[in-house]
Every structure is written in C-alpha cells, then in structure tokens.
Design a protein. Structure first.
Length: 277
C-alpha cells in the first residue's frame, strides 16, 4: 500500500510501515509541511491494526540535514509566541503503539537527530555525520532532546553532546549506545526492516504496545510506579488469548497468530497516546 504525501513518502508492506523523509534534493531538510505530514503518518500507523512496526528513514543520501537554511539567516527569526512549538510534531514516534525504528541512512544534523531520538530503536550508517548542533547556531536543541537524549545515553554524555554541539560519526553513535548498530549505509534500511518484520510476526501487538508505553511514560528511577503499572498490565493481559497463543506457538515451533487488537483490548485506564510533557 502506498499513499501520496509531498515531503514524506509512506508505504505499508507485510505489516511494516515505512515513512521516508522525502526532500532528497535538500538532504531532507525539515519543513513545516514535513512535520505536518510526519505527524499524520505516525497517527495513521498507530490506528492501523495492519501495521505492527514502523521504520522511519531518509530518501537519497541523508537522513535529515536539520533546519532548512535555504531562506537565509532569517530561518531562526522571531516567532509568533502563540503558535510556536519547539517540537513541531503533534503526534510523535513514542505515541505510536508499535515499535518505531529509525534507519539513519546518512547525515542527521540538529533536529534530524532529535527526531530520531523520539524513535524506539536506531540503526545508523557508520560513516554518517550527526550532531545536535543548535547551540552553535544561537538557538537551542529541540524536539524534547533535553529529555530523550539523557534517557538514551545517560546524563553525562548528553551534557557533552548538547553543550558542545559537536559532530560525531555513526560508529561513535553505536559506541555510546545511541544506536543499536553502525553499518554500511546500504545495509541500514535492510537491517531496520529485518527487525521490524521480526517484530511484526513474533511480538504480541497489545503486549508490546503496553511495554512501550511503560518505557516512555515513566522515569527509569521510579520503580514503585513501574511495579504498580506492571502488575495492572499483567492482570489485563494474563488469561487473554494471546497469552495462550504465545506459549502454544513456542511449544509447537510455529509463528504465532495473535488475536488481540489495540482497538478492542487497550486498557480503558491507559491513555491511547502519551500525555504531553
């Protein structure tokens, strides 16, 4: 299945959605339309029961070169405070109740990387250059990177990355734990798709959605809250058909056939999207 957008491309195949940032002539520099279309595509991924995993990548040789500087030095001019958002997405990768994998196929600069930090898993081209450089441009790191980056690489490394605004390689991203693996550029998307397809077949959709929600909406140090939520979710999923199917598929050495859906089996006490932070 394909759908028409202007600044992104969207396809679904074998229960995996692929969202491609699609301004290759500008190295996929971010536009306001791209933000609107990306939010729309992510919302569709969340709602579509046929989508079990999502891959976000870039068209051409870059993932996303960051802000579009083609308009000259006024790109960071005074905004209208009533409508300004430092996070341009209205629906985020962490809001999608399916795993979202960033296939960082090339350079990811500024918000190009802060968008990727909102994804669950990242693969990156070893020779890609990336950095959260906004403090070198007289503005500020965005897309909630002061929250996502410390969760990903730890407080001390986040301080170094954000406060220096340095550029790094994809190999360094993997070494610091920001990416699962650094690969040759032409292997990044296939690796992401392989992981996505494995999830689409073998991971229970409701279980993984609830696990993801726990990971994104609670503090790693808040073990008391985690314990309470894990208990409530166990009470919700245990005894359900998927809990039987997962065991039977393992014992019978066959792919599972999941029957629970997000539309019908999402707990009524859990918001379907994360609360704004």
């Amino acid at each position: 299945m394909t759908d028409h957008y202007q600044d992104i491309a969207y396809t679904v195949d074998d229960r995996v959605a692929v969202i491609t940032l699609n301004r290759p002539e500008k190295l996929n520099a971010f536009s306001s339309l791209m933000g609107t279309e990306l939010s729309d595509a992510l919302r569709r991924c969340d709602a579509d029961e046929d989508v079990r995993a999502v891959v976000v990548t870039g068209g051409g040789r870059a993932f996303c070169a960051g802000a579009d500087f083609s308009g000259g030095p006024g790109v960071f001019g005074t905004p209208n405070p009533d409508g300004f958002r430092s996070d341009a997405l209205e629906f985020h990768p962490w809001d999608v109740r399916k795993p979202v994998i960033a296939a960082i196929n090339g350079h990811a600069v500024g918000l190009g990387m802060t968008i990727a930090l909102q994804c669950d898993i990242r693969y990156i081209a070893a020779d890609a250059r990336w950095g959260i450089v906004q403090n070198r441009r007289g503005v500020l790191p965005d897309f909630r990177s002061h929250w996502t980056l410390p969760r990903t690489v730890g407080h001390a490394k986040a301080l170094e990355i954000l406060l220096t605004g340095k550029m790094y390689t994809g190999t360094e991203a993997a070494e610091m734990g920001l990416a699962t693996a650094a690969l040759p550029a032409d292997e990044v998307l296939p690796a992401a798709l392989e992981t996505a397809k494995d999830i689409a077949v073998n991971v229970a959709p409701v279980s993984v959605a609830l696990s993801k929600r726990l990971l994104w909406t609670t503090s790693p140090g808040d073990q008391g809250l985690i314990n309470d939520l894990e208990r409530r979710i166990h009470l919700h999923v245990m005894g359900q058909p998927d809990a039987t199917e997962g065991v039977m598929a393992f014992l019978e050495k066959r792919p599972p056939e999941w029957s629970l859906t997000l539309a019908d089996h999402w707990p009524d006490w859990m918001p379907p999207a994360t609360q704004d932070k």
